[in-house]
Design a binder for this molecule. Structure first.
Ligand SMILES: [Zn+2]
Length: 104
């Protein structure tokens, strides 16, 4: 027997369902399993944007963005003093990416 998309299928395991047309699961195990996973998905929350680390990374980005706004000739490398960054409140422990050029 083939299972076409028209036949009702268990929402958990995908097996074809027989009997009542309003059935969603083939048995209690499937219903419980499905609802447990659905419940876990609801409980998961994105990290709060107000978390301390998020604030540090955001601040770091703002500090570096201020340098980016300075107009540089094309191909020019901009060096920034470490102490200058620290004075502005840059936090070296937290960053999302680092760029290394061909020279390392
Ligand atoms: Zn099932």
């Amino acid at each position: 027997m083939s299972t076409s998309s028209l036949e009702p299928q268990c929402e958990n395991c995908g097996k074809p369902l027989f009997g009542r047309t309003d059935k969603k699961f083939c048995n209690d195990n499937c219903r419980n399993h499905f609802n447990r996973i659905k419940g876990n998905q609801k409980k998961y929350k994105d990290p709060t944007p107000n978390s301390e680390i998020f604030q540090i990374i955001k601040r770091n980005h703002e500090i570096l963005s201020a340098y980016k706004k300075l107009k540089l000739a094309e191909g020019t490398i901009q060096f920034v003093e470490r102490d200058d960054l620290i004075r502005k409140g840059y936090h070296f422990k937290f960053f999302t990416s680092i760029y290394v050029d061909a020279k390392g």
